[in-house]
Design a binder for this molecule. Structure first.
Ligand SMILES: [Zn+2]
Length: 289
């Protein structure tokens, strides 16, 4: 019997580990699906690796037995930051691993590249055929210094293709368990859901103790916080979603960068309040009321 897609996805998801970057994980799962559609069965053997695990791997063929499998010590591999995966082919029944770098293997690499991965088989010094990584434009030393990659650029494109408001509605349904119709129209129900999301996040993150009723009132205003550039998370996401519902064009990715700041300033200017790019009670009031 042919191995099911679900089996390949489940095994791979487990092997990637919980430290894998979510965008990298989604792309790796997408890779498995696309290959499966072409009759190529592929699985991920490895994703996130701690520094300790990386050092143990580095020892292979050096201080311990076997062949050398990597030139990277802990902190020297994109695996250590959850940004790389390794793949291999499996037999039709899913029971046997195939490590031949054959036509199918190269096809998987090509699909991976079309999804935004860099393939280790293209490297000139040390060819790492199972290896796929996304760097987000960051070097390992930048990652070691704590920089976080932004891998959301294709996600932004997808939002546009799928409908800018529909994306927000379906995300609100997923994240908060709402039952909004995904009609791509920023109507009163969507706005009310965003107020509820805002109240929920204030309760969760700041113990605001608000009633989650979807109504912007004095209590919600009093508990409002100032969201600033550099912020990341659901509160920033709600802010971006609200701006998009007001017709502003910006990425809704939960990361408060330059684009979000500029959009906030545009909005503040347009509604005639103080322009500081730091939305607090007054700005949220204009967005939520
Ligand atoms: Zn690798």
């Amino acid at each position: 019997m042919t191995v099911s897609l679900k089996t390949l996805l489940d095994r791979s998801e487990r092997n990637m580990g919980s430290g894998i970057n979510v965008v990298v994980k989604d792309k790796a799962l997408e890779l498995i699906k696309r290959a499966y559609d072409e009759g190529i069965y592929v699985q991920i053997s490895d994703g996130f690796r701690s520094h300790k695990e990386q050092n143990a791997l580095y020892a292979k063929g050096r201080s311990t037995g076997g062949n050398i499998v990597t030139n990277a010590r802990g902190g020297q591999s994109y695996h250590n930051f959850g940004l790389a995966v390794d793949y291999f082919l499996v037999s039709d029944d899913g029971n046997k691993a195939i490590w031949d770098v054959n036509k199918d293997w190269r096809r998987v690499a090509a699909i991976g590249k079309s999804l935004g991965f860099e393939w280790g088989g293209d490297w000139s010094s040390f060819k790492d055929y199972p290896h796929l990584q996304m760097t987000g434009g960051l070097s390992l030393s930048q990652l070691r210094a704590g920089k976080k990659p932004n891998l959301n650029s294709d996600e932004k494109e997808r939002h546009v293709a799928e409908g800018k408001i529909a994306y927000i509605q379906s995300k609100l349904n997923d994240r908060y368990g709402y039952h909004l119709s995904v009609d791509n129209i920023p109507g009163p129900n969507t706005r009310k859901a965003l107020v509820k999301a805002y109240q929920t996040e204030l309760n969760k993150q700041f113990n605001a103790g608000l009633k989650v009723d979807g109504v912007w009132g004095p209590k919600t205003k009093a508990e409002s916080v100032v969201v600033k550039k550099g912020a990341e998370g659901n509160l920033t996401w709600v802010l971006q979603a609200l701006l998009r519902c007001e017709g502003y064009d910006l990425g809704v990715d939960g990361i408060f960068g330059n684009e979000t700041e500029e959009t906030v300033e545009d909005f503040q200017n347009d509604v005639g309040i103080a322009v500081d790019g730091r939305p607090g009670p007054v700005t949220f009031g204009k967005l939520l009321d």
